[in-house]
Design a protein around this ligand. Structure first.
Ligand SMILES: Nc1ncnc2c1ncn2[C@@H]1O[C@H](COP(=O)(O)OP(=O)(O)OP(=O)(O)O)[C@@H](O)[C@H]1O
Length: 775
């Protein structure tokens, strides 16, 4: 990181068009040399990518073949447990890198909605880049005449040239500054677009969940935040550098050739030799850059985990082991980084030498011509400058080794991520670029449970009042390593409640996952007669309450409105209650355009306060913000019913700056996940259900932290609202609130295949809750 910061700073300085030769060399023997160097920024690393390597060049093939093994392992590890040594592949398959580069780079310039605008801007940057070469050539000639005048002691001409030269500066400086500025701006816009695109696809089809379950790819957050930034900046820099190199090569070759053809020979030998040596010296950088990024991400993630689980760790007294774990990760970071800077040091010995020698080599070659009086002193300078330019063009690899290496690692990481996103995408939304050499699918193709939804215009109930219909469902874990439920057939009808019980690990939560569509591995079909409630859906029939209540960042109001009215900004103006089907308590917002009959406006404050009291959380209304001035990051909800009502300045009670210091009641902002007890969080989850009023709620141990009185009260509230519920739970008291019990039986610990098969054929029982005798 430190190195990144330092080098990043260096790059910035360099991109301010400092000389191509070492900044502190003091070897700029002529003003022309300084200007030529200053006007020529191609000799420097471009935006730093960390310390790169040609890891990708050497790594892709092996990683591809290792993928199947990784898949199996991935199911058993979460992101935190990414092995400290990532597979360090070895591949020289440039076609893979090229394919990934195309897939990453092309969409913005070709398929995006801003493609034509972006192309125009790119054309502007290219024009400015051409301009910089023009300015360099201009200074090359001005410098020659300037030094000729100096050596001939022609004072009048010297003064003339001095003014010309200064005048040229006023043209040259803006060209360089604006080129750099517009290039940076274009990179920023590209990054913005790519980040949005990746993020959108990451959330589509619950890919983020799949990534979490499989652990592939590692550290997606790092890829979205840091790698995309690196990719866009370097891609643009590299493109303009290559373009400028080509143009320079042509322009200055002519100049050099007219001065002295043998200079070419010296130049070719020098550049080819230099490139070969730097490739040799830099080969140890292979893998180090990729490793560094992964190690840094693991270390950072370890710290985040400590923050997220501070209380649990404190209760367990787990500081020492957490610190040990973090130190282990730190050791990996430091060790790898130590290797990296050592290798980099060796490379720099050579590249520095290489750059310094350039300063005198051309002068040494043309010196005999100068001594014999065939050329003037200005021409010596001119040849020096031209030589510098051409050598920099040809020696791109020497100068940009680390940048190129880092860029390949970034392409690799982003390409891998994109392939995961493409795999998760629905069949009809295949990626823009053709995929030859397709990677293997993330999970092996297996039979899957058919999930369907049936709901029409406000009525989501199937024949006979069926809300949920499971037919011959066999459910397996995502890696298909374990069959959890075999041939399960059951229906949940209006007015009937179901309790799912069974030993820990039997698959109770997994049944919920299958109904929610998170797990699909297995056979059979599940039909949900109703619209599932999703974030910002504004209503729905089927509501899922997970085992761990999710507490959003933001105000108390936002806690209550989540998920039904999360992101309700979009809802405002595009949705409205239909007078016939709306069950809004206040009946307001009837002026809004109807988008879907089932969408309801967010409840008003009075209703939110009332529901808090009903779930025995009225006391929260007297709490003050405990996160002064912190920006709420949660999706912001805004009641459509009364957008102009003073009591509904939900979005930002105190303006966009969100100074919550003194906010109270529904506007109070706190780290609710840390402040509320688990039981309070569970009651909050009940409040969300009561506000949404779905037809069916599926709850996974949602009352496990409640006392029996509160538990009874919560179930009575659901009954009073006619909400059908399916609960997962261990507590015996739960049976009293349910009509039927689905009991999952213990899977045999006996490894005997025959015994297991017999048990799996009937590893569940459906019983009447009143009379059932649970085993
Ligand atoms: N991502 C996964 N990949 C593979 N197996 C998994 C995965 N997640 C859970 N399992 C396994 O699936 C089995 C069923 O898990 P599930 O969470 O459904 O159990 P449960 O009955 O709800 O348990 P509990 O009562 O303890 O919450 C367990 O053996 C668990 O280890």
């Amino acid at each position: 990181m430190l190195r990144q910061a330092v080098t990043g700073q260096k790059d910035r300085m360099r991109r301010q068009d400092l000389p191509a030769v070492p900044e502190n060399s003091g070897l700029f023997v002529t003003v022309t040399g300084v200007v030529a160097g200053w006007t020529h920024n191609r000799g420097q690393p471009m935006t730093h990518q960390g310390h790169g390597s040609f890891r990708s060049f050497l790594g892709l093939r092996q990683r591809h073949t290792q993928r199947s093994g990784l898949k199996a392992a991935a199911a058993d590890r979460n992101v935190l447990n990414v092995p400290s040594k990532l597979p360090q592949g070895a591949s020289t398959d440039l076609s893979v890198i090229w394919r990934r580069l195309r897939q990453l780079a092309v969409p913005y310039w070709k398929d995006s909605e801003v493609a034509s605008q972006a192309r125009w801007r790119l054309a502007g940057v290219v024009a400015l880049t051409l301009g910089t070469t023009g300015v360099s050539v201009m200074f090359n000639f001005l410098g020659r005449d300037f030094f000729n005048a100096l050596s001939e002691k022609d004072a009048e001409r010297f003064t003339q040239m001095l003014f010309k030269w200064l005048g040229a500066l006023t043209v040259g400086i803006p060209v360089f500054v604006f080129r750099s500025y517009y290039q940076d701006r274009l990179a920023l816009e590209w990054r913005n677009w790519m980040t949005e695109d990746f993020t959108k696809r990451y959330f589509e089809n619950r890919t983020f969940y799949q990534v979490q379950v499989t652990g592939q790819p590692d550290n997606p957050d790092q890829r979205v935040s840091a790698d995309i930034k690196n990719f866009t900046e370097t891609a643009l820099n590299l493109s303009t550098t290559i373009l400028q190199s080509c143009i320079d090569l042509v322009s200055f070759s002519g100049i050099l050739y007219t001065i002295y053809p043998p200079l070419f020979a010296a130049l070719l030998i020098y550049s080819i030799g230099g490139t070969s040596i730097s490739l040799y010296l830099g080969k140890n950088l292979v893998g180090l850059n990729f490793q560094q990024e992964a190690q840094e991400a693991n270390f950072r993630y370890g710290l985040v985990r400590v923050r997220e689980n501070a209380e649990s760790i404190a209760f367990y007294g787990g500081e020492a082991s957490e610190a040990k774990l973090l130190f282990q990760r730190l050791v990996s970071v430091v060790e790898n980084y130590g290797q990296l800077i050592k290798t980099s040091r060796n490379l720099q010995f050579f590249t520095s030498f290489y750059r310094f020698v350039i300063q005198i080599l051309p002068a040494a070659v043309v010196a005999p011509l100068y001594f014999s009086g065939k050329i003037g002193f200005g021409v010596v300078n001119q040849s020096s400058s031209a030589f510098n330019h051409i050598l920099t063009d040809i020696s791109l690899v020497v100068y940009q080794f680390e940048t190129l290496a880092g860029f390949s690692a970034v392409i690799d990481r982003l390409g891998e991520f994109m392939e995961v996103l493409d795999e998760a995408a629905p069949a009809n939304s295949s990626p823009a670029a053709p995929l030859q050499d397709q990677p293997e699918p993330l999970l092996p193709p297996a039979s899957s449970i058919q999930l369907s939804d049936e709901w029409h215009e406000g009525v989501g109930i199937g024949k006979g009042g069926v809300l949920l219909d499971l037919q011959h469902v066999t459910l397996r874990t995502p890696d298909s390593s374990m069959t959890l439920v075999e041939d399960l057939t059951l229906q949940v009808k209006k007015g009937e409640s179901l309790l799912i019980v069974g030993p820990s690990g039997a698959g109770k939560t997994s049944i919920m996952r299958a109904i929610a569509g998170l797990w699909t591995s297995g056979e059979g079909s599940i039909c949900r007669y109703g619209r599932p409630v999703g974030a910002g859906s504004g209503g729905g029939d089927i509501f899922f309450v997970p085992q761990r209540p999710y507490v959003v960042l933001g105000s108390l109001r936002e806690q209550l409105l989540y998920p039904t009215w999360a992101d309700a900004e979009d809802l405002v103006g595009s949705s409205a209650p239909d007078p016939e089907t709306s069950d809004s308590h206040d009946g307001a917002a009837s002026s809004h355009k109807t988008a879907t009959k089932r969408i309801r406006p967010p409840p008003r404050d009075a209703e939110l306060q009332e529901v808090l009291r009903r779930v025995q959380l009225g006391g929260l209304l007297s709490r003050q913000s405990s996160v002064p001035g912190s920006p709420a990051q949660a999706p912001v909800a805004k009641p459509a019913s009364a957008p102009s009502s003073p009591s509904h300045t939900v979005n930002s009670p105190t303006g966009s700056g969100r100074q919550h210091g003194n906010a109270k009641g529904l506007d109070a902002v706190a780290d609710w996940a840390g402040v509320l007890s688990l039981g309070e969080q569970q009651r909050l989850a009940f409040a969300r259900v009561l506000l949404c009023r779905p037809a069916l709620v599926l709850m996974d141990e949602s009352s496990s932290a409640l006392d029996t009185v509160n538990e009874k009260h919560m179930y009575n509230l659901l009954k009073s609202e006619d909400i059908v519920y399916v609960s997962v739970g261990h507590r015996p008291t739960l049976r009293a609130y349910h009509d039927r019990v689905l009991q999952l039986l213990d899977r045999s610990s006996n490894n005997d295949a025959e015994t297991q098969q017999q048990q799996q054929q009937c590893n569940w029982k459906l019983l009447d809750a009143a009379t059932a005798e649970l085993s």
